[in-house]
Design a protein around this ligand. Sequence first.
Ligand SMILES: C[S@@+](CC[C@H](N)C(=O)[O-])C[C@H]1O[C@@H](n2cnc3c(N)ncnc32)[C@H](O)[C@@H]1O
Length: 233
Amino acid sequence: MTKQTIDFDQNAPIAGSEYDNMAPLALPGYEAMHQMALACLQANLPPEANILVVGAGTGMELIKFAKGNSKWQILGVDPSEKMLAIAQEKIQQHNLSEQIKLFQGYTDNLPEDSIYDAATSILVMHFIPDDGGKLAFLQSIAQQMKSSSTFILVDVFGEKGTDDFQQIVSLIKKFWQQTGIPEAKQIELLETIDKGVYQISETRVLELLEQAGFSKILRFYTGLWVGGWMALK
Ligand SMILES: C[S@@+](CC[C@H](N)C(=O)[O-])C[C@H]1O[C@@H](n2cnc3c(N)ncnc32)[C@H](O)[C@@H]1O
């Protein structure tokens, strides 16, 4: 079974209540990345489609995708009760409860297989160690997808301990200074990433995607250490 290692109800790196304000400051290109993920879906999906959003969190991409096509049906899955409560509020505010449903739990708890025309995992898999957990996570998503469907993966990537990684960390610190994240919060974020984020090289991302049954992989987005890939099941 796929499990998270950081529990967003107990020790979230960015608490649910501050997530929507902090995510765009902490994650380079956050809003543009969701916009580009939507462009990938719009380019590949039929006018009527079912989309599985894994790790829906506070619902940022749920709202964006639903507004991108009023005929898409979207299921947001997340184990965190607190994050989903915020997502639910947004769904109501935007009057989108016919189009967006929520499921508290993991992808492998979902009842049906092979019914989605697309799936997304945005900023989730990097919390899962690469000890079989990441592969199981990707396989559980692939199992829910129809053949020839589109998958979007967005994660922090890069190999800790390498010169390239150190260079990216120094760029991230500058980015955080620009966006006004206080010094103490920067230290906290770096500690969380050090202990609780299991990012991997792009080579390894591609290998795992292929092992889970995905092909035609294309990187559609890079924001310093955040990468986005589109693939076909
Ligand atoms: C950093 S938030 C990302 C939220 C949203 N996708 C976004 O783009 O802002 C990560 C979310 O993934 C959820 N999560 C962690 N492990 C998960 C897993 N194995 N399956 C599904 N969701 C998971 C967390 O509860 C949290 O809400």
